[in-house]
Ligand binder design. Structure first.
Ligand code: SF4
Ligand code: ZN
Length: 420
């Protein structure tokens, strides 16, 4: 017999009413920030004999031992076992952590994978809320919502910085890479359906992601396979099947089926979206984008910045400044939130000429996407080592200097049709 857990044993309230709650710096006891220190959130499928149901372990300091207002590492591994559990369901469960942790009164969560950010308020701390309670919430929520596949669940939360580094680099990132690789041989043309995702409507009520094999959700945590698994686990849940029978415009990737779905799922706020254009009917963004791409008029190309990048871009804007122009579930031609893996996709801004438009990226991001991006550039345009032509913050953050560099490299964007 499976028992629904209705009361979660924590010293603060737990309700979806707290989901949109924001905790300001001055009100926070401590924070955890995956964009600055090593963090991760992960579901791991194990044999039933390997875990103890409802066991919650904290490895490292508790909130009491952290300095007031400090930035810390956190990594939680939720081990699950069940006869019907499949590794394909792991990312689906993981993506729900955002909602689960946000429902805690006085606790705020954004992001996913190794980029999550959590704040615990002074009030929640004073009420007795501790790291171990995050484990209680994850345990109870996973058991509740995924009882069809999870029989046993154990949570290990690391706050020891060295352990967080180990979990992030040796366990989490290889797991994420393996998942992303499974998509390699799938194309948008080779599948019969796409999926919608509206998981982020709690924050961005009109936002809808359309997830295709070659365009993952902008959070980077929902691939087409993940959306498919989400739909299998919960046919009435956040991911719905979208057929792709009535193509309107192949160039920008516009389908009547997609438009109908988006209209319905955005409650009429959105009319039509394209899959492959940043200028014409672009997809909306919530706030969880891994990257933002924006047009750079001097070079006739686009600049991409990732969330971890703290510096200036040639647009004269930092990532947070670009984010303020991009989020909120409205269409903003010229700006687009997207996942890191979309950068190497053949469908990236296909309508505007594709990845050949990329003129600048932070060095770290460039290195992260180099293999895939170079492979795609070679295949589509016959360009070798395309990333060598792309600027970064060590080359230029000034648009004129950037154009100088691009000219020297013979970057293709300079001679392409104007974007505006
Ligand atoms: Fe779903 Fe998009 Fe939100 Fe990711 S960003 S959880 S794909 S709605
Ligand atoms: Zn979102």
């Amino acid at each position: 017999i499976k028992i629904k857990i209705t009361n979660i044993d924590i010293p603060v309230a737990y309700a979806s009413a707290f989901e949109g709650e924001i905790i300001r710096r001055g009100d926070m006891q401590v924070e955890f920030d995956g964009s600055r220190v090593d963090c991760a959130e992960l579901v791991h499928t194990v044999e039933a004999s390997e875990i103890e149901d409802h066991k919650i372990t904290v490895v490292g300091p508790e909130v009491d031992e952290m300095e007031l207002g400090s930035k810390n590492s956190i990594a939680y591994v939720v081990k699950v076992a069940g006869r019907s559990m499949q590794p394909d369901f792991e990312p689906v469960i993981e993506r729900k952590f955002h909602n689960y942790i946000n429902c805690i009164e006085g606790v705020y969560h954004t992001g996913q994978r190794d980029m999550q950010r959590i704040r615990i308020s002074k009030d929640a701390f004073a009420a007795g809320f501790r790291i171990k309670h995050i484990g209680e919430v994850l345990y109870a929520s996973v058991k509740n919502e995924f009882d069809a596949v999870v029989d046993k669940c154990e949570v290990v939360i690391y706050t020891d910085p060295a352990e967080c580094t180990r979990i992030r680099h040796e366990v989490a990132i290889p797991t994420f890479n393996k998942r992303d690789d499974r998509l390699k041989n799938l194309t948008d043309e080779s599948v019969d359906v796409y999926y919608s995702c509206i998981l982020c409507q709690a924050f961005s009520p009109s936002h809808v992601c359309v997830v295709t094999p070659e365009r993952l959700g902008l959070c980077g945590a929902v691939s087409w396979l993940d959306a498919k698994a989400t739909n299998e686990l919960d046919p009435n849940g956040p991911c719905q099947v979208i057929t792709k029978e009535r193509c309107i415009d192949e160039r920008i990737g516009e389908y009547e089926d997609v438009n109908e779905a988006v209209r319905k799922l955005s409650q009429g706020a959105l009319e039509d979206v394209s899959l492959y254009s940043i200028m014409e009917k672009p997809m909306t963004s919530c706030g969880c984008f891994e990257c933002i791409c924006g047009i750079e008029p001097f070079s006739n190309g686009v600049v991409i910045a990732n969330r971890e990048y703290a510096g200036m871009t040639p647009l004269g804007m930092t990532f947070p400044e670009m984010a303020s122009m991009t989020g909120g579930g409205v269409q903003t031609p010229g700006f687009m939130g997207h996942g890191k893996h979309f950068i190497g996709s053949k469908k990236f801004m296909k309508a505007e000429g594709g990845i050949e438009r990329i003129v600048w990226m932070p060095k770290e991001l460039k290195e992260f996407v180099a293999d895939r991006l170079n492979e795609t550039a070679k295949e589509l345009y016959g360009i070798e080592n395309f990333t060598d032509m792309i600027g970064d913050e060590t080359i230029a953050t000034d648009p004129e200097e950037l154009v100088g560099f691009l000219t020297e490299k013979g970057h293709p964007a300079l001679s392409m049709e104007p974007m505006m």
